[in-house]
Design a protein around this ligand. Structure first.
Ligand code: UD1
Length: 307
């Protein structure tokens, strides 16, 4: 099969590209290389790169039939969505509309969107199933929610099938640690590798559902290929269904870096920080045949041995 991966040179996208190639598919990456990097992409005769915004692509740019689009190109930062809401709106929502129009014009039968647990806002209770009320507390969360709604509407109208994957806390190789708003695991690992101190915002009892990026790539692959009725839509949580606290995470990292002696500094919680997050993944298990295979420990070991 032939799939487009937007944002395919980025953190999650590049792992999906590797997975699809390993499964024997042809892949076209569409990436403007602003945050993505060519270094993230493997050499393969079955891989093609279009280095521009998917929103600027025309139907005639694609000559081979396309079996599906995995849309991961976005401004994925909650903070950025508050600092520059108009730009984030354009990159997250308007671009999704361009992708939907491309699906319509090229009769692309399947769209899979990287959505986010941010659509739930501050959870009332955990585990969070897809039935949990959606109440975003950031422009980013709202944009992802409206993306899902737009895609569901267009899927019904134009006969494509749509899967929205609500990602929980993804970690793994190629996640950039160099911003305070990067994933906490990449920040802790980078500090441990350099012998630097870390800061815990709040008391460290907050819990998160950390999912290894290779499990996420697998979920996307299943969502691209799983049989679905034309016009139908599915929205699934993608997490592990388990969670750990930041203190537990820190202890796991300390076990992996016994020479790292630094004690954490504690600081006030970040504005908008939620206390607990844990996915209910029954829907993904039942509808996509998705089961996570990596734990935080096994994922971290793999991350440390990554070339
Ligand atoms: C995550 C997502 C975000 C999504 C949100 C939905 C990531 C990187 N971000 O945010 O896109 O909108 O879930 O609920 O996956 N922390 C520290 N010290 C640090 C860095 C972080 O204590 O140096 C704390 C944070 O305050 C937070 C926890 O670690 O309590 C996790 O932070 P982070 O990895 O940034 O993810 P979320 O805030 O859960």
């Amino acid at each position: 099969m032939h799939f487009i991966v937007t944002g395919g040179a980025g953190f999650i996208g590049s792992h999906l590209v590797e997975q699809l190639l390993a499964e024997g598919h042809n892949v076209t990456v569409v990436d403007n290389l602003v945050t993505g990097s060519l270094n993230n992409l493997p050499e393969s005769p079955y891989l093609k790169l279009v280095s521009q915004n998917i929103a600027d692509c025309k139907p005639q740019d694609f000559t081979q039939p396309i079996d599906g689009i995995a849309h991961l190109a976005a401004t994925p930062s909650v903070t950025e969505s508050w600092l520059n809401p108009l730009e984030a709106h354009h990159n997250n929502l308007s671009t999704l509309l361009s992708v939907l129009l491309l699906c319509k014009d090229l009769n692309i039968p399947r769209l899979v969107l990287a959505s986010s647990a941010a659509v739930y806002g501050n959870p009332i209770s955990v585990p969070i199933s897809e039935e949990h009320p959606t109440s975003p507390i950031s422009p980013y969360g709202l944009q992802k929610l409206v993306c899902e709604q737009y895609a569901t509407l267009f899927a019904k109208q134009f006969g494509l099938s749509f899967v929205g994957l609500r990602l929980f806390n993804v970690f793994g190789p190629r996640q950039q640690p160099n911003s305070p708003y990067s994933g906490v695991i990449s920040i802790f690992i980078s500090a441990a590798q350099q012998g630097l101190p870390i800061t815990i915002y709040g008391d460290g009892t907050q819990t998160r559902d950390f999912i290894y990026v290779k499990d996420v790539a697998n979920a996307f692959s299943k969502a691209l290929t799983h049989p679905m009725e034309p016009g139908s839509s599915l929205t699934c949580n993608i997490g592990t269904g388990t969670s750990i606290s930041l203190i537990q995470l820190l202890n796991i990292v300390k076990d992996l870096f016994p020479e790292w002696q630094s004690e954490p500094q504690f600081s006030s919680p970040r504005p908008g920080d939620i206390q607990d997050s844990r996915s209910d993944i029954l829907k993904a298990i039942n509808n996509l045949g998705f089961t996570p295979k990596w734990s935080v420990q096994s994922g971290l070991k793999s991350l440390m041995n990554f070339p």
